[in-house]
Design a protein around this ligand. Structure first.
Ligand SMILES: C[S@@+](CC[C@H](N)C(=O)[O-])C[C@H]1O[C@@H](n2cnc3c(N)ncnc32)[C@H](O)[C@@H]1O
Ligand code: SF4
Ligand code: SF4
Length: 357
């Protein structure tokens, strides 16, 4: 990260601290835009509602180009392309390239990896994307394919992920393997840790939720029923793996948060930076600020700057920052990152003075 980028992030987190302790009404402008290029998908995950309907009326190429120009004018620091599966949109690569062309400095892609073949990766890299999350929901085909609803998905995704990791080592990319913890894969936590270490890729443990848009279905609710004893057993094994070798694994404070999640979805003592950091543009143009925020305004009606600067939008996001929300655990690692106490807790864990279960 450049000095300017580090300074910008430090400024952002500094303002969050002021907002938390001194000036609750302080307006912290978003730094990152998350673009849901489509709500449609080429997989059928049990944890997700994207594939259950065919969403129509999504923003056109020209509408997305306009969104990107507006984001640059808003001084957005980074654009995340996501979905649904962003790579099923025929114009996805052109939109990434356009984002770079109009001046977005950092581009990120969330993908299930199915379409990230070596030739497509070459184009994605040429478009300027330097950071990736690839979803792997199990350490074996048996677990992953059952959750992802497609035989052969594990083989394809991990093959493309291995190639991406090789390119990372050559080009200095940022790559994370995203594992969403849920009822059907909680026992695989030690296994996914071992896979991350075998591949040499950072593991992010995402937390299943049925509270937010894209994920409000009955099948997903079933996945949120994670029994405490199974979680404890899996975390105890994961802790043993991490004590032997911490490389590529989440830090202690993150695992601690994960342990608390299924008993207390909100964990209100930790403010939500996500609600301040992000500006989300949904596939049909609605603008929101966090996963559980159901937006009412759309880029089809008003400019983005006007939407995010409106008093009602700001007041709602001040409430979300205080976690007056349904709780979803989204990007909890970000929320922990600006809490100095978590680094102390990690150190105590490393010295054997704390343990997970
Ligand atoms: C909605 S997907 C979009 C990008 C891409 N299709 C993928 O699967 O990575 C973004 C992330 O959400 C995760 N996810 C799926 N269902 C979820 C749920 N119910 N709660 C939280 N995250 C979920 C996925 O595993 C993925 O890592
Ligand atoms: S999690 Fe991703 S790959 Fe799975 S159905 Fe949802 S959008 Fe598609
Ligand atoms: S924890 Fe609350 S404020 Fe944060 S992203 Fe989830 S719903 Fe939004």
């Amino acid at each position: 990260m450049s000095v300017a980028d580090t300074a910008r992030l430090a400024w952002f987190f500094g303002r969050l601290a002021v907002k938390e302790r001194v000036a609750p009404r302080l307006h912290v402008r978003p730094l990152v835009a998350e673009l849901f290029l489509t709500d449609n998908c080429n997989l059928r995950c049990t944890s997700c509602g994207c594939w259950t309907t065919n969403t129509r009326g999504e923003l056109s190429t020209e509408e997305w180009r306009d969104v990107l120009r507006q984001l640059v004018a808003l001084r957005i620091h980074k654009v995340n392309f996501t979905g649904g599966e962003p790579l099923i949109r025929p114009d996805a690569l052109a939109l990434m390239a356009y984002a770079r062309e109009v001046g977005v400095r950092h581009l990120h892609l969330n993908t299930n990896g199915i379409r990230l073949t070596p030739p497509v990766l070459t184009e994605v890299l040429a478009a300027g994307v330097r950071s990736f999350n690839v979803s792997v929901d199990g350490p074996t085909a048996l677990v992953h394919d059952r959750i992802r609803g497609r035989l052969g998905a594990f083989e394809t995704t991990t093959r493309h992920l291995r190639h991406l990791i090789a390119e990372r080592d050559r080009l200095g990319l940022k790559v994370r393997m995203n594992f969403t913890v849920m009822r059907d894969n909680v026992d695989s936590l030690p296994g996914i840790a071992a896979l991350a270490q075998e591949l040499g890729v950072a593991l992010y443990l995402n937390l299943v939720t049925d509270r937010t848009f894209l994920f409000r279905t009955e099948a997903v609710t079933g996945q949120t029923d994670v029994a405490g004893d199974r979680l404890d057993a899996a975390l105890a094994e994961l802790e043993a793996v991490a004590r032997a070798d911490r490389r590529w694994l989440p830090r202690y404070s993150e695992l601690r948060y994960l342990r608390g999640h299924f008993d207390d979805l909100v964990q209100r003592d930790l403010p939500c930076a996500e609600s301040q950091l992000k500006l989300m543009v949904h596939s049909r143009g609605e603008v929101g600020g966090c996963w559980a925020h159901d937006p009412t305004a759309s880029v089809r009606q008003r400019p983005i700057a006007e939407i995010v600067d409106a008093p009602a939008y700001r007041a709602e996001h001040a409430r979300l920052f205080r976690k007056e929300c349904v709780g979803c655990g989204s990007n909890y690692s970000l929320n922990l990152r600006w809490r100095p106490g978590t680094y102390l807790a990690d150190r105590q864990w490393r010295r054997g003075r704390r343990s997970l279960v």
